[in-house]
Write a protein that binds this ligand. Structure first.
Ligand code: KIV
Ligand code: ZN
Length: 518
């Protein structure tokens, strides 16, 4: 018997990317959209075209490149927003306009609209969107805190005006699973025309219930789940795509619904989103966390060796993780490295492999065994060497119990060698001061983050930095067995990206946010 399909609507590039600090570059957005399209995501919400030039360009380009997915853009309940959104998504083979307005009493108070005035605005804007595009989604923002009678009324208006999907957002992550199901069931039962459209569920994870709420909504009749990779999103994030998709797959016995997602592509995109957004995945995160398939205690390992099903409800390879984890060493060749990376779910082109192999050899010379996590760190590290105007040639740092620490730095800047010695409050501070002395700049360091990749004192550290200058936000990453060297390289990586951004002009500053709903 065929099962009902649940449409997967991914909003990593809109709701996820709009969360403070998760800004992605244009090229990164295109790459992530390509991966989403390739893994079978039905609808990609590619951005909020009116918000900035950058958002508009990204949505247009993603729309032009999409092969399978519907490409959707977000628009407030204003005619210029909807027009701008259409201008961006119209290039897609299958475009969608998603327009919304906050309908709860708190949200109605912001534009100071009465219930009737807001109803009129909804009618006018959904009609306008539908005149431009056959595929229109409408959302009553903060639906879960909107008076039920009013919600019925506005949903009916939106359906009559031509909306083909009605999305019910739990904007503040307040709902519990039973309420989420009840609300969808009541809407289906009480709103005229409800059987002609698709209901969607859009949950935020403030109380850790986003996945449960989304699945409950599906059981009650919703057929579209809105989600993001790794649950990326403001505050506690959105429903995680990998969680709902794997829950529907693994518990298909009690939730008999299909998605079109190739689950073996999950790990690769999870890692890419973590890298480009600068938001690492927590170790014990369901499905994609580093420990999600690790079995460390003696009892577990013994059981696993006898029968993997003892402690495993899904196979690592189902989400794109290799089954075994034998480390590579300095004698491993390029073919072994490629095989290992592919087994781990990375798609590596020849040029990228060449670059990673050089860095792998360098690491293997310093570290006896190179584990999967070391390789992930190598893959996370920059490969955009053609844009490197700044290069670190030599770094030596003197530390001791008596401060200050001293950094001697030699850098190549646009082909000329420069050197300096600077002090600082700690080795990283001294190093960053030295970089700044050789390459003065006003960019503000917004984030500096260090992670140990594996256990042991020879472990690599991965460092991420995020910097901001005149509204442009850039991130830099690097990995090294020396934390200070990794920090210096990550800092310089971010500066190189900033130089590219300066040349291109433009800013990441958004004129509006979806919170300015009216
Ligand atoms: O959370 C929310 O309400 C949203 C809307 C714009 C759909 O993201
Ligand atoms: Zn949202």
């Amino acid at each position: 018997m065929t099962q009902d399909k649940v449409v997967i609507f991914d909003t990593t590039l809109r709701d996820g990317e709009q969360s403070p600090g998760a800004t992605m570059t244009h090229a990164e957005k295109l790459e992530i959209a390509g991966l989403l399209d390739d893994m079978g995501v039905d609808i990609i919400e590619a951005g909020f075209p009116i918000a900035s030039e950058g958002d508009f360009n990204a949505v247009s380009e993603i729309a032009k490149n999409a092969t399978n997915s519907v490409i959707c853009g977000l628009a407030r309940a204003q005619l210029p927003d909807i027009d701008r959104c259409w201008e961006a998504v119209k290039h897609a083979e299958r475009p969608r306009i998603h327009t919304f307005i906050g309908t709860s009493p708190l949200h109605r108070a912001i534009p100071n609209l009465t219930q009737d005035e807001m109803a009129e605005r909804i009618e006018q804007t959904v009609t306008h969107a539908r005149n431009l595009c056959d595929n229109v989604q409408w959302s009553p923002m903060d639906a879960t805190r909107t008076e039920l009678d009013y919600l019925y009324r506005v949903v009916e208006i939106a359906i009559k005006a031509g909306a083909t999907t009605i999305n019910i957002p739990d904007t503040v992550g307040y709902t519990a699973p039973r309420e989420s199901a009840d609300l969808i069931a009541k809407l289906i039962e009480n709103v005229p025309g409800a059987d002609e459209i698709v209901f969607a569920t859009h949950c935020h994870n403030d109380l850790g219930m986003a996945t449960a709420n989304s699945l409950a909504a599906v059981e009650a009749g919703a057929r579209q789940i809105e989600c993001t990779i790794n649950g990326l999103g403001e505050r506690a994030g959105n429903t995680a795509l990998e969680e709902v998709v794997m829950a529907l797959k693994v518990r298909n016995d009690i939730m008999p619904f299909q998605t079109g997602i190739d689950t073996r592509k999950i790990m690769n995109i999870s890692r890419r989103v973590a890298t480009v957004s600068g938001f690492p995945v927590q170790f014990n995160k369901a499905i994609v966390g580093k420990n999600a398939f690790a079995h460390e205690s003696g009892i577990h390992q013994d059981g696993m060796l006898k029968n993997a099903e003892t402690f495993e409800i899904m196979r690592p390879e189902d989400v794109g993780l290799a089954g075994t984890s034998l480390p590579l060493g300095k004698h491993s060749g390029r073919a072994a490295l490629r095989a290992k990376l592919e087994e781990m779910g990375f798609d590596v082109g020849d040029n990228q492999l060449k670059d990673v192999f050089v860095r792998f050899k360098d690491l293997a010379d310093r570290k006896k065994e190179v584990f999967d996590d070391d390789l992930i760190a190598l893959m996370r590290t920059s490969t955009d060497t053609e844009d490197e105007r700044l290069k670190i040639e030599k770094l030596a740092v003197r530390c001791g119990t008596e401060g200050p620490q001293v950094a001697d730095l030699v850098m190549d800047i646009d082909g000329t060698r420069h050197m300096t010695t600077q002090t600082g409050d700690g080795p990283v501070d001294a190093t960053f001061n030295a970089v700044k002395a050789l390459f003065p700049h006003e960019a503000r360091l917004q984030l500096y983050q260090v992670h140990a990749v594996t256990e042991g004192t020879d472990a690599q550290a991965t460092v991420s930095v995020r910097m901001e200058e005149d509204g442009r936000i850039v991130t830099g990453q690097s990995a090294d067995t020396d934390t200070v060297v990794a920090s210096a390289k990550a800092y310089v990586h971010a500066l190189n990206r900033l130089l590219v951004r300066r040349e291109k002009g433009g800013s990441d500053k958004r004129e509006v946010s979806y919170k300015d709903a009216t």
